[in-house]
Structures are given as C-alpha cells and as structure tokens.
Design a protein around this ligand. Structure first.
Ligand SMILES: *Cc1c(COP(=O)(O)O)cnc(C)c1O
Length: 409
C-alpha cells in the first residue's frame, strides 16, 4: 500500500509516515527511522537555492536541522491529519506549544480572553512573560455572557480548553468560536484531551489547536512534546515566524517516539475510556461520592455537548468525595495500582488531589458546587489500561481505608 487516502483515524494512524522503499532493492522497514541531525547537506548550490526559495514561500523545506527532517515531518503530517490542519509546528513540550501560539498572536497593548478552566500554567505564562510584554489577559467563565462582559476593543484572542482538564467542563466550542469571530478574535484551543482523535477543535470553529503530545499521543509516559496546528495561511505564517524565532526544536528521537505512540492512539483511547466508564459505575454506587466529572458519563453536566461534539472519550475523570483532607490523603496513600502523579494519557493509572486553589478560580465549580461538595475533596484519576476489576478492587480497599481512619495523621 502506497497511499493512505482514508480519513478514518484508525487507518491513517497506521499509514502516515511509513518508511519509503529503497528504489534499488525495493525493500524497506515499516517504521520510519529517527533522522537525527543538526545540519542539512545539499547536492549542489542550485539545490540549495531551490530549497531557500521554497522556504521563502513558506513551504516545509529544511535547510538546517532545527525544524527536523523526515521523522519530524511525518509527525507533523500525522498531527495535521488528526486535527484537520494545514501545518503543525512542534515544540519541546505542550507548554512550549501554548506559549509559542500565544506569542505568535499577541503583542504589546493586546488583550486576550482566557476561559478560566484552562490548563493552570497558562496563568503563570501571563504573569511571568506576557504581562511584561504588555499583553493583558482576563480569565473568565466559558459562556457567552462571561466573555461578552470582558470583551475589550483591544481583545485579539479567545483561548480555551474543552473539556477543561480538572473538572472536565465541556464548552460549546462552535457557539463560542462564532461569537469570537464576530468580534474579530482568533480562537486558540488546547486539545490535549481530544488529541485530534476524539475531539477536533478546528472543525468545531477554533483557529489554532495546541496539543501536549506528552499525554495520549506519546501515550507511554516517556516523552515531552507539544504542537500547534492551524489551517488558515495567515495564521500558519505567524506560527511559522514565531516557531523559527523562538528556536523551538524537538529531538528526532522524541518525534519518533511520538509517532510510535500515535499508532495505538485509537485503541488506547477506547480501552481507557471503557475502563473509566466501569470505574464511574463503581464510583457512582459509593455513598461518599457526591459527583463524577466525566463527559461520557450520563450524569455529567457536559454530557449532551460531549455527545454532539466528541467522537469518543478517554481515561481522565475527576470525582468529588465526602472525605476531609486527612481521609483523602489516606485514600490516596492506600492505592496500590494508581501512581500519585500529575500527568495523564499514559498506559498507567494515576491519581492526584485537585488543588482547592485551582477549584476556587473555576467559575464552573462555583456554579455547581453545593455545600456537600465544598466540604469534601476532588480527586483526579487517570484510568489506564490495567484490568478495570483490579482498579476497582484497589479503589474499594482505599475507600475502605479512608472510611476507617479516625485520627489518621
Ligand atoms: C500536560 C498539559 C499541558 C502541558 O504539556 P507539557 O508537555 O507537560 O508541557 C497542556 N495542556 C494540558 C491540558 C495538559 O494536560
């Protein structure tokens, strides 16, 4: 098979970026090698001139190793097909992709509206860097009323994440994007949750999709990688300039690992999602569980939007439990199969406590949290590929330990 014209994600994930066949022997490996280089060699000055001219036209022609050769290109192509973009720009982490996209679109005197449920370090990027560059940001609820109230004449960007990765708040991306475009804003969406496979912001109205490939695309908790993907030529041009000027570069080995991880993105997402639903069913039956945050769960406030806009789910969920801090610490420490850790999207299960300060800054939390939820704790679980019966048994013994601790610490 030489072409891959299917748009079905599971098919294209297997066929993008295969190694070419050797024209002499007619043979080749399946997997593209990791092309490591700092320097690109040219056959002649004419070839070099042609490459430079193509680069000036904005084509992806490497004249130096910083942008990467075939391995990087294959990863970029795969991200474009997943996200429905024209160009993808790789960055050394998801956070680097976010800061690259914001720097590409914002300058002195500009203002950005940021939905308050986005990945927390976006606030830090504003506080430490963007504010020094004279960029203002407001963090607001992700609904039309909240956005409209904070709109300024100098607002240029709407930045959002759907679902938000702490409380899984689904946003009405098409409606918010329409509103943003009516006001001349560029919409940037963090699509780490969907990773192009189960949620596609560019098709739902966003202009730039940023992804931490560190999570589900890498999928094995062994690499850091980010990307910004866009379709519109003017936006592609801005990202291209900023990517180049910042000197963002990614190791060919990391691009290779991400490509390898992506081959199984579809099956991993489905397996994690199925396991997570089983865990939700168990959690729902626990008297100490007051709320489950998981868009694929029928009780989630965003379930209808998820049904309309997403084509699948994953293993990330949060749960509000009626345990005080001491009991929740006992619960977490009692878990044996869940690692205590911040990330998600790997093959393994993880648990963290959602910081109360993070909840306090989410308008969504303020709108739904009743007294019972406020008195308890929110845990975030990443449900991995373990047998769900074992995960449930692990949770059951940890809940039991938490219930039984009277004077724990
Ligand atoms: C992890 C994460 C990021 C940042 O990715 P890194 O590769 O860790 O820098 C950005 N957005 C979301 C939603 C994330 O979960």
């Amino acid at each position: 098979m030489t072409s891959h014209d299917s748009d079905r994600i599971d098919t294209l994930l297997q066929h993008i970026g295969q190694a070419p066949l050797d024209p002499v022997t007619g043979t080749g490996p399946v997997a593209l090698p990791s092309y490591r280089t700092s320097t690109v060699r040219f056959a002649s000055m004419d070839v070099l001139d042609q490459a430079q001219a193509a680069k000036q036209r904005g084509e992806r022609v490497p004249t130096y190793g910083r942008v990467g050769l075939q391995t990087h290109e294959a990863m970029e192509t795969l991200l474009c097909r997943l996200e429905g973009g024209e160009r993808a720009f790789l960055a050394p982490s998801g956070m680097a992709a976010i800061s690259m996209a914001l720097m590409a679109l914002l300058g002195q005197g500009d203002h950005a509206l940021v939905v308050d449920s986005v990945y927390g370090p976006v606030r830090y990027f504003h506080k430490t860097i963007l504010s020094r560059m004279g960029v203002a940001m407001d963090f607001v609820r992700g609904d039309l009323a909240g956005l409209q109230a904070a709109l300024r004449p100098e607002t240029r960007v709407l930045y959002l994440e759907s679902p938000g990765s702490l409380l899984m708040e689904m946003l009405d991306m098409p409606a918010l994007s329409r509103w943003a475009h009516e006001h001349g804003l560029t919409v940037v969406a963090d699509n780490t949750w969907g990773s192009g496979a189960i949620y596609r912001p560019l098709e739902l109205g966003a202009d730039v999709s940023v992804i931490a490939a560190t999570k589900y695309i890498g999928g094995h908790s062994d690499l850091m990688l980010g990307a910004a993907v866009a379709r519109d030529p003017a936006l592609v041009g801005k990202l291209h300039e900023t990517h180049y000027a910042l000197g963002n570069t990614v190791s060919a080995d990391d691009a290779w690992l991400a490509l390898r991880g992506a081959r199984t993105l579809g099956v991993r997402l489905r397996a994690c999602a199925e396991n997570a639903l089983e865990v939700c069913r168990w959690l729902d039956a626990q008297p100490q569980v007051s709320r489950i945050f998981f868009p694929a769960w029928p009780g989630d406030a965003g379930h209808a939007l998820w049904q309309r806009d997403a084509t699948g789910s994953n293993g990330l969920l949060s749960v509000a439990v009626d345990f005080d801090t001491a009991r929740v610490r006992r619960l977490i420490d009692s878990l044996r199969l869940f690692g205590i850790g911040y990330s998600w999207g790997g093959y393994e299960s993880l648990v963290t406590q959602v910081e109360p300060s993070a909840l306090a800054s989410h308008g969504y939390w303020a709108s739904i949290a009743d007294a019972r939820m406020k008195a308890g704790t929110v845990l975030r679980l990443h449900i991995g590929l373990e047998d769900p019966a074992d995960l449930i048994a692990d949770l059951a013994q940890a809940f039991e330990a938490a219930r039984g601790c009277d004077d724990p610490y």
